[in-house]
Design a protein around this ligand. Structure first.
Ligand SMILES: Cc1cc2nc3c(=O)[nH]c(=O)nc-3n(C[C@H](O)[C@H](O)[C@H](O)COP(=O)(O)OP(=O)(O)OC[C@H]3O[C@@H](n4cnc5c(N)ncnc54)[C@H](O)[C@@H]3O)c2cc1C
Length: 373
């Protein structure tokens, strides 16, 4: 298990320390926790972040590196489920978050756009519906019947989402942590929290997404730990997939990295119930499916340099939970991105921080954890 992203160079970080009680303690130093820490420290609060591992060593350093706008559902489905105003508002809100990520992340984020592809005629109809809904609501998205390069003939059309990005997620989150530390946030790595009530803080944010299941019993049925698996090839000498690509409702996702390697994740549906777990290990069945598909994508037997598993938090309605944990004084949550947390995690970290700082907004209503109680 060697997540490619975590091999990146360390990012130097200041090490401020607070004496005694803080305003806010955050459990989890992934994208959510670091984003919240930066916002709160910028807002003048004393912040302490705990993680049982090091910064970005959870899903934030183990994902596919897709930085997509929107939520985990297709836009047309989101519009139907959450209502047109809420869905459109959420999409625009994440587009703005991507812009801020670009400002903060430097070369950790490129924005070549992404391809959502139709693997068959049924999926073509579905994503055509998504394209039309985006278009009706004035959101960007280009429909492609004629797909470029190696995609032609293999997929039945697709949508180019122009503003989407490819993230080096560990580099991005480590930089976010460095910004937060510069603003005064204290980081306590390799400190596992087993009781949120014991933390010496006025507010506590649980930012553990798919990890830390059971830490807050009230959330145990709302955010289900779910495993994702990834492989990365040795560099290949031609550029085949120069942006994030995904198909089969996002079950399969792949992109070529700047050094020529191809990263592929997915095939969770090969054994979907087994993947409802927080055991962070790869399995032969899914690894074999990934290798087979990677061979088809690159036209040769792939030489694999990296393989790993990570855990994300899935929710029933595919929307995150952000806000106060019902019935618990001073306890907040931001998590449950349903496999779509690079941009949402960043945005929801800011959102929960803003809520603590006294701001409200439509996203807080939509993501209210009380909907599951
Ligand atoms: C294989 C895979 C591929 C994915 N691909 C994508 C993608 O391409 N695009 C996308 O947008 N999203 C993707 N995701 C989802 C995305 O990675 C996550 O939603 C996001 O990183 C969540 O960030 P986070 O900060 O909320 O949680 P995490 O990054 O998971 O961080 C949680 C942290 O909490 C810590 N923690 C847990 N319990 C405790 C405790 N008791 N005490 C102290 N610390 C604790 C953990 O050590 C961990 O570091 C993927 C996820 C996986 C697993």
């Amino acid at each position: 298990m060697n997540p490619y992203w975590l091999e990146d160079d360390a990012v130097p970080r200041a090490a401020p320390r607070h004496e005694g009680r803080v305003d806010v303690a955050i459990v989890g130093a992934g994208v959510t926790g670091c984003s919240a820490a930066l916002r709160l420290a910028d807002g003048g609060l004393r912040v302490r972040v705990y993680d049982g591992r090091a910064v970005a060593e959870g899903a934030s350093g183990r994902n596919g590196g897709f930085a997509l706008r929107g939520g985990a559902s297709r836009y047309d489905v989101a519009r139907e489920t959450y209502g047109p105003e809420q869905a459109r508002g959420m999409w625009v809100w994440t587009e703005r978050a991507l812009d801020r990520m670009e400002e903060l992340g430097g070369d950790a984020l490129r924005r070549p756009g992404s391809f959502r592809l139709a693997a068959d005629a049924e999926e073509r109809e579905q994503i055509r519906g998504e394209y039309e809904a985006l278009h009706e609501d004035g959101l960007e998205g280009e429909w492609l019947d004629d797909l470029p390069g190696v995609l032609a003939g293999r997929f039945e059309g697709g949508i180019l989402h122009a503003g989407d990005g490819s993230l080096q997620p560990a580099r991005f989150v480590r930089r976010l942590a460095a910004h937060a530390a510069d603003a005064g946030a204290e980081f306590r790595e390799h400190e596992l929290v087993d009781d949120v009530e014991a933390l010496d803080a006025d507010h506590v944010i649980v930012a553990t997404d798919g990890y830390g299941h059971g830490l807050v019993p009230e959330l145990a049925d709302a955010i289900w730990p779910t495993r994702g698996q990834v492989i990365v090839s040795e560099p290949i000498d031609r550029v085949l997939y120069d942006r994030p690509h995904y198909a089969r409702q996002g079950f399969d996702y792949w992109q070529q990295l700047p050094d020529g390697r191809v990263l592929l994740g997915g095939f969770r549906d090969v054994s979907i119930l087994d993947e409802l777990t927080d055991v962070e290990e790869t399995t032969p069945a899914i690894q074999a499916s990934l290798e087979r598909f990677l061979g088809e994508l690159i036209g040769e037997t792939p030489r694999i340099s990296h393989r790993w598993a990570g855990i994300f938090g899935l929710t029933q309605d595919m929307l995150p939970l952000v806000g106060r944990v019902p019935g618990r004084d001073g306890l907040w949550v931001a998590g449950g991105y349903s496999g779509h947390g690079n941009v949402l995690g960043f945005a929801c970290g800011e959102l929960v921080a803003d809520a603590i700082l006294g701001e409200t907004g439509p996203q807080l209503e939509l993501f209210d954890p009380a909907r599951f109680s």
